[in-house]
Design a protein around this ligand. Sequence first.
Ligand code: FAQ
Length: 311
Amino acid sequence: TEQDLERRFQARVDAEEKIEPKDWMPAAYRKTLIRQISQHAHSEVVGMQPEGNWITRAPSLRRKAVLLAKVQDEAGHGLYLYSAAETLGTTREELVEALHRGKAKYSSIFNYPTLTWADIGAVGWLVDGAAIINQVALQRTSYGPYARAMIRICKEESFHQRQGYEIMLALAKGSAQQKAMAQDALNRFWWPSLMMFGPNDDESPNSAQSMKWKIKRKSNDQLRQEFVDQTVPQIEVLGLELPDPKLRWNEARGHYDFGAIDWEEFYRVIKGNGPCNRQRLQHHIKAERDGDWVREAMRAYEDKRRGREAA
Ligand code: FAQ
């Protein structure tokens, strides 16, 4: 019966066995995975936009080559993740359509603008830094294709994080103006980076079930705390000011305390009303339309080839 299947499924998850595409799985497990993996894929692809904005204006040939490679890596991550989602019985076309209709989300962070070159440093350092902490945990996620995609993505992501930190280090040790630019980027990206981990655990509707299924291995708040603990010493090495006056080491907890997150801003952004939501989505839709002729040409070629074979 269905109940026996569910029980056997949970036992496999509890025993740390990976679930593979052709294995039996509860419909809700499949649905949750499609939601999370596709949102993750969309984040990688939409995440190319804020950085792409600076490729033509990178301050040196070396910086430009590195940024170009990084942005290409994000496209690759998007493709692995769409493929992982497709193993669950959906198609990339359906997933992209859901994004365009505003049904599927992508990470809130990519709705903030990159105003200066220092923002490219802050994105690499903080945004990729937050992404890695989340993704290292997901390397042990229960669904095999997702876990395996994460292993490769994390390797590339740690290079991205270091390139961002290196930009920040150069600016923070540069002229007064460069240091001010780095400080401003840190101040603007700090809170949105903390929001990447999602709502607090007691406000997170998907967490309990996803933890039980071991889709999520650590909670939103646990991961956010890890990020804060890792990042504060890095701010100190840069010699920048802390972006939150409430950031303080708590000896008893063995963690840094931090101030309250503006959850109203978070919900505004994920509902589509952040600073760049419309621009990001419009750009994605336009890029898709601009590529229509390639898909049409492929179809025409395929039809011709089939015609020749039939003849
Ligand atoms: N933004 O119940 P929960 C990258 C939604 S890194 C937007 O806690 P869940 C690399 C959530 O979907 C970024 N929406 O949900 C890169 C749900 O709404 P729904 C991508 C958010 O799934 C770097 C609702 O709120 N990484 O791309 C956000 O259990 C630089 C309730 O939340 C991933 O996607 C948010 N920040 O936990 C690329 C990691 N937070 O779907 C370029 C994989 C929450 O029911 C440049 N995903 N929501 O309508 C996850 O680990 C999880 O999905 C969480 C959310 C932790 C994001």
